[in-house]
Design a protein around this ligand. Structure first.
Ligand code: CA
Length: 210
């Protein structure tokens, strides 16, 4: 029961913070982009507060590898910083506008920079998350010829394997040739000894006759 109330407290706090900050950052994104691009408010929120929750899910349930955990954890932090920055920026500009100050060109440039950096961070992180292993592999040099795998159209290891395979049957062939030579020598020897025996017979015959 107490545990249940504890979870409820966490849920209420999370929702309150998410709505409080989220409302301001959505407003920020809506005011940053033109009136026709009102969907930018929601999309922008997906780069900050919404992105935090999405990366949290990816971190908890979809990051078995070390580099995936690092990326999703970093993105959670980046999203939180982005959420805070956009929300605070929105509150700040609102009070400034209410007080009669206009936004300077520098302020607007900073806002666009922030949004751009956020979007790029998401894109890079997604690439690392889902293709990091393959990208790492692409820049390795498996056959050690100085050309990274991605640009190396020829895998020298195949050649080495083929050479090894070609060298292997040559050795038995040499042995076989030696065997053949031995056999022919043996045949010569037996032929010689037979001839010698015949000669011996011939030399013996006269003595037998005598
Ligand atoms: Ca190579």
């Amino acid at each position: 029961m107490k545990k249940g109330i504890g979870y409820l407290a966490i849920a209420i706090l999370t929702v309150t913070v998410a709505i409080f900050l989220g409302q301001h950052s959505v407003e920020f994104f809506m005011s940053t982009f033109s009136e026709e691009n009102q969907s930018m408010g929601f999309l922008g929120y997906m780069l900050t507060g919404g992105g935090f929750f999405l990366w949290l899910i990816i971190f908890l349930w979809m990051s078995p590898k070390q580099h995936e955990r690092v990326v999703s954890l970093s993105m959670m932090i980046i999203c939180l910083v982005g959420e805070l920055a956009t929300a605070i920026f929105n509150m700040y500009t609102k009070t400034m506008l209410d007080a009669g100050f206009a936004m300077t060109e520098g302020d607007i440039k900073t806002m666009y920079m922030l949004v751009g950096v956020l979007a790029v961070a998401h894109a890079i992180s997604l690439i690392i998350k889902f293709a990091g292993q393959q990208i790492y592999q692409a820049f390795q040099d498996d056959d050690k010829d100085g050309i990274p795998n991605a640009f190396d159209r020829h895998d020298n290891r195949h050649d080495r394997n083929r050479q090894q395979q070609q060298n292997r049957p040559q050795q038995p062939r040499r042995e076989f040739a030696e065997d053949e030579a031995n056999v022919s020598n043996l045949a010569k020897n037996t032929a010689n000894s037979e001839r010698g025996a015949e000669k011996g017979d011939n030399t013996h015959r006269p003595t037998n006759g005598q």
